[in-house]
Design a protein around this ligand. Sequence first.
Ligand code: M6P
Ligand code: ZN
Length: 192
Amino acid sequence: MSAAKISSAPVILDPQTGVLRGTGVTESAKTLRQLAGYFRDETARAAMNPETILYRVQSYEPQPEGVEGAICCATTFLMPGKVGDEYFMTRGHYHAAQDKPEMEVTVSGEGILILMDQNRQTRAEIMRPGSVHTVPPRTAHRVANTGTQPLVFVSYWPSETGHDYGEIVSRGFSGRVREINGAPSLVPVEEA
Ligand code: M6P
Ligand code: ZN
């Protein structure tokens, strides 16, 4: 009897650091320059070094974005810091395929997951090592780092999902995570 082949996984996620390594892992970074317009205090943002890296993302997408047939994952390394009193955060997005959910699993650090439904109702969940968060369908999601260390989390979503940044670029979220009296607070945004 000949033995069947047992192969190694093509990708390894280091459970301590969240680092993804292997065939097909891609990496990108977002700087303060690329987040122009996202923060409440644009004057404060413009006064900071535009090359400051806010977050890096390592992605493993077994199918191209928008093509069904796989689950994708990505580790986000979100730096600590603030623009004015607003914590460093990801851009945030809805999904192009609106019925697709997502899951976030925190590896290390402290943060807040901001969730906004299609009625623009915003709520937030505390992220801490090991916390598991469901992003329901039709829900915009953004992560803010409220701690002093990098916030590292792993996201999982179906490959057919796709990203939709349009409404977040034009209207933002209806709540912002700001430091008020020394503590993180989800502050409602008044729209003009
Ligand atoms: C997570 C996932 C990715 C997303 C990344 C950065 O890793 O949700 O799909 O790209 O965070 O967030 P954004 O694209 O909103 O800047
Ligand atoms: Zn998403």
